[in-house]
Ligand binder design. Structure first.
Ligand code: FAD
Length: 471
């Protein structure tokens, strides 16, 4: 019999539930496929960098599987509907008896999988797995059987379930006979981009980073995670987003290095685990509330906020030309590398929504188009948190001051100077408000603030209050 593994957002061979299940019958012939869907990616605003990262990782998976006797065939499709048609035909042609895949939780992906299972019914048995999460969606619920809407009680229940669950990592499949040849995945029909040396492809590179982080850095994570000038976070998000590494591997490695992680909530290790649980929270939410995949806010009255249409301001934000150094440095980091520090994601998102009063969905979309770690649930969750439209979000009247945020989290301006070399000569005490220094007849090739924060804050409060009254 032939078993087919359909790889999607799980580009690794170790701890891959679908792959392991497909290989569990030693007699079966195992094949694998990956389908590129450039038209769908365009619709989802996938960053060209992320597509390039997928391609680079795909080549590694192809080689690793081929060495184990499994051919991974890469097909260049179009959209999800095309993927279903192609797979149905492929299964017929290859006389596939069973299909194995790891679930994706976004709405288009779920509809695609449902259609495929329908089309294959009676011919191919389909086996799907919850692989990209520590605990399956719907398994962490309130006493009333509902999804938690507030993070802290979710985390408490989650940790309880986690201690009761088996989240051990699965080994890579054993070789199934001789190595096979394969046709390397052709370049995708998608805009080309460079990933950059900071993110080498392959699960070895990801595991190496994970081990080094858990051994050498996680102890300091609580103290350093908010300082963008320090490389104090794991930088694993690009790998987690496309499944080059699994969250189980993260937690298991953390437990090896820090066996007491659950006993000390003040520790860096616990703090890092907490971030992995935020990742789970947003995915569980997306399954419980599919409207989150359809550009809907969680708090419905916030849809009545009168957002401003201001293309020039949006462009200034995108390009890092707002005149607020911490915002601009962060946007340049994003544009140049595809990654942005979490504290800065919160600051720039707050700035777009609360200082420029621009619809959070414009920011969400722009992030997606640039991020190497673009992930619908985490990105949407982060934006709705910052915009005060989400579950357990920052309340709308709590508005970050971009100047004091910069002073607090980049006190010496090390991060700002790295990304805004035009501010290199501004003295430390003027760095967060360089226009003041410029007013003292200094020549500065840097724009003045595009908006006055105090004034903008009042207007935003008024806009949210009006929406709430009318809601
Ligand atoms: P670490 O601090 O080392 O954390 C470990 C892992 O936990 C991360 O790799 C990530 O998978 C997960 N994680 C950490 N923080 C969060 C969080 N707040 N929400 C969900 N998961 C988290 N993360 C993405 O992976 N993709 C996105 O598209 C994305 N968009 C965001 C947009 C906004 C507006 C905000 C505020 C946050 C967003 N995040 C997103 C969450 C977070 O900023 C990144 O996961 C983090 O900065 C990645 O760096 P790291 O791997 O060094 O994280």
């Amino acid at each position: 019999t032939t078993h087919l593994v359909w790889l999607r957002n799980d580009l690794r061979i170790t701890d891959n539930k679908a792959l392991s299940a497909a290989c569990s019958d030693p007699q079966a012939k195992v094949m694998a496929v990956f389908i590129a869907t450039p038209a769908q990616w365009r619709q989802h605003n996938m960053a060209p960098r992320q597509a390039a990262f997928i391609h680079a990782n795909l080549l590694q998976v192809q080689a690793a599987l081929a060495a184990r006797g499994i051919e991974l065939i890469c097909h260049q499709g179009d959209d999800f509907a095309g993927s279903v048609n192609w797979l149905v035909e492929f299964c017929q042609r290859q006389q596939v008896a069973a299909l194995f895949y790891n679930r994706q939780y976004e709405i288009n992906e779920r509809q695609r999988d449902a259609r495929l299972e329908q089309a294959l019914a009676g011919q191919v048995s389909c086996h799907s797995f919850d692989d990209s999460l520590l605990l399956p969606p719907g398994s962490v619920q309130t006493g009333n059987g509902e999804m938690y809407k507030v993070y802290t009680p979710f985390r408490k229940a989650f940790l309880q379930r986690l201690t009761e669950s088996d989240v051990s990592s699965l080994p890579a499949p054993r070789p199934r006979g001789e190595a096979v040849g394969f046709t390397a995945a052709a370049a995708f029909d998608y805009p080309l981009a460079e990933v950059g040396e900071a993110y080498p492809a392959g699960e070895e590179a990801a595991l190496h980073r994970l081990r080094a982080f858990c051994r050498e850095q996680v102890q300091d994570y609580a103290a350093q995670r908010d300082l963008p000038a320090i490389a104090g976070t794991s930088n694993l998000s690009p790998y987690l987003a496309i499944g080059v590494i699994s969250p189980r591997q993260c937690v298991n490695r953390l437990r090896v290095e820090c066996p007491d992680v659950l006993e000390d909530p003040q520790s860096g290790a616990f703090c890092w685990l907490n971030e992995l649980i935020w990742r789970e929270f947003y995915r569980h939410l997306m399954v419980a509330y599919p409207a989150l995949c359809k550009h809907r806010p969680f708090i419905t009255w916030t849809d009545k906020v009168c957002w401003q249409r201001n293309d020039a301001a949006l462009l200034a934000w995108q390009q890092g030309n707002t005149g607020y150094p911490i915002v601009d440095a962060a946007m340049r980091q994003l544009n140049q590398t595809g990654w942005m520090h979490n504290r800065l994601r919160m600051i720039v998102a707050s700035f777009l929504v609360k200082d420029l009063l621009i619809d959070w969905r414009a920011g969400e979309q722009y992030f997606m188009s640039q991020l190497l770690d673009g992930d619908l649930a985490a990105n949407n969750g982060g934006w709705q948190w910052a915009a005060s439209t989400g579950t357990d979000a920052a309340p709308y009247f709590r508005i970050f001051n971009p100047t004091t945020q910069g002073e607090r989290f980049d006190p010496k301006g090390t991060f700002i100077r790295k990304w805004l070399p035009e501010l290199a000569d501004v003295p430390d005490n003027e760095l967060h408000q360089p226009h003041r220094w410029a007013e003292k007849q200094q020549v500065l090739n840097y724009p003045p603030p595009i908006v006055q924060h105090q004034q903008a804050r009042l207007e935003t409060l008024a806009a949210f209050e009006a929406a709430k009254r009318g809601g």
